[in-house]
Design a protein around this ligand. Structure first.
Ligand code: SF4
Ligand code: SF4
Length: 427
């Protein structure tokens, strides 16, 4: 069975979206009566949650496990916890889903506010990882590979999305303030802002070094920016952090600056909504809001065989429920009508080589995909460079057999990561 790929939404020339010169304010999606926060399962065995059904929570309150303070979510509303359940996300990723019935009167938690006057890395690590853009501050505490460079992405990772361009254009003052605090708490002076050419002038006001990134996909993926901006190749299996470079989105740095300026943790996400007729708009929505509320605001009804994609057209994933919540790193929601939908094919690889020609990492994908289809992940990593993949999704885009190559790769990496983590815990 072959269906048309959702990649069909993208233009044939694979160029990033350019933010409109007169970009209107994002449309505000009205508050939902219930939000759901997805708390990643703790990596510590037998860890227990620090909250219960019936507990009152305030906006900005941290919800976490008893012994794993690094794994947490921030309540995006004030209300009462009405359910706690296990939730299976992409590729078998496990979460604790926390639903909160929203109160009419909003109250703000004071824990972060009490620490905000004196910014520290600990405060950032303990309270700000659940902000829009999902910044991670963990890498700054690693002593094996100290971070020496921060790259702020004023570019977006996938097509159709303009969240980070919007942050540079409209929140440069908050970004500037975020950069100053980042320098102060991390001790890292080498901070670059990567932007598309049309945002050069706006970015200069951020008070840091500005670099232009090419407009053609996949130039904005971190591994490729390491090459184009720092002339550094990331070896297979290594992360940019292990080479001392940390990437943060412009949206996250703006939220970071705002958090310390206002002594309040931002809980509203900016994202791109693409309707069935391919109309695009930017929206502003509380983290945890079910997608159904966004569909309601746009008067969209999903019919049989229509589909929702979270993320951009090349690297996003399909979700199968309108109740799925907006998360801190959700940059786009795409609604596909039945004519645009397609992902799966049961045609085999015909060895055409199109994927190999387009792969920026020069991976022998035609060989790799055979092992991945059979679930031989270790062999795929050992023999065919699985870990060199930079996750651009271009192989799925060009595959004439419409094989979900990119999804096989993501699943394999996730499964291997799980296996290696379990082995490390048992050692
Ligand atoms: S997603 Fe596909 S095309 Fe992109 S780097 Fe990985 S294997 Fe190559
Ligand atoms: S593009 Fe698809 S069919 Fe062609 S070699 Fe790659 S995986 Fe096989």
């Amino acid at each position: 069975m072959i269906k048309q790929s959702f990649i069909g939404l993208a233009k044939p020339r694979i160029e990033y979206e350019v933010l409109d010169a007169e970009q209107p304010e994002p449309r505000l999606i009205p508050a939902s009566k219930k939000v759901t926060l997805l708390l990643e399962k703790s990596h510590i065995r037998n860890d227990s949650i620090l909250f219960n059904i019936g507990d009152k929570v305030k906006t900005g309150q941290k919800l976490s496990y008893s012994t794993d303070p690094d794994t947490y979510v921030i309540a995006s509303v004030t209300g009462t916890i009405s359910s706690i359940s296990t939730f299976e996300g992409d590729y078998g990723k496990s979460y604790t889903a926390i639903s909160i019935d929203v109160d009419e009167n909003e109250e703000f938690d004071h824990q972060f506010a009490e620490l905000a006057a004196n910014p520290t890395l600990d405060t950032a690590r303990n309270f700000l990882c659940g902000m829009p853009g999902s910044p991670s501050f963990k890498a700054f505490s690693e002593t094996d590979a100290p971070i020496h460079t921060i790259i702020i992405c004023g570019v977006d990772r996938d097509l159709l999305i303009t969240t980070n361009q919007y942050a540079v254009k409209t929140h440069i003052k908050a970004i500037k303030s975020g950069i100053e605090i980042l320098k102060q708490i991390t001790g890292v002076d080498n901070i670059l802002m990567a932007v598309p050419r049309h945002l050069m002038q706006e970015a200069i006001a951020g008070g840091t070094q500005v670099r232009v990134v090419a407009s053609e996909y996949p130039a904005t993926l971190p591994h490729l920016m390491m090459q184009s901006l720092l002339d550094q190749v990331v070896p297979a299996g290594k992360s940019c952090e292990e080479l001392g470079v940390c990437f943060l989105s412009a949206e996250a740095v703006a939220a970071f600056g705002k958090a310390f300026e206002e002594s309040r943790i931002p809980v509203t996400k900016i994202l791109t909504f693409v309707n069935k007729n391919r109309d695009k708009s930017m929206i502003s929505v509380r983290i945890g809001t079910p997608i159904s509320e966004i569909l309601k605001a746009y008067d969209v009804t999903l019919h049989a065989k229509e589909r929702l994609i979270l993320g951009g057209p090349l690297t996003g994933s399909a979700v199968y429920s309108e109740d799925y919540p907006v998360q801190a790193d959700t940059d786009a929601i795409i609604v596909q009508d039945s004519e645009s939908v397609a992902l799966v094919s049961d045609y085999p690889c015909i060895n055409c080589g199109d994927c190999i020609r387009i792969c920026p990492a020069n991976i022998p994908i035609n060989m790799l995909v055979r092992l991945l289809e059979a679930g031989h992940y270790e062999e795929a990593a050992d023999q065919y460079d699985l870990y060199s993949c930079i996750e651009c999704g271009l192989c799925s885009f060009v595959c004439v057999s419409k094989m979900p190559v990119f999804h096989y790769i993501k699943l394999a990496k996730y499964e291997l990561g799980r296996m290696h983590a379990a082995e490390a815990m048992d050692a």
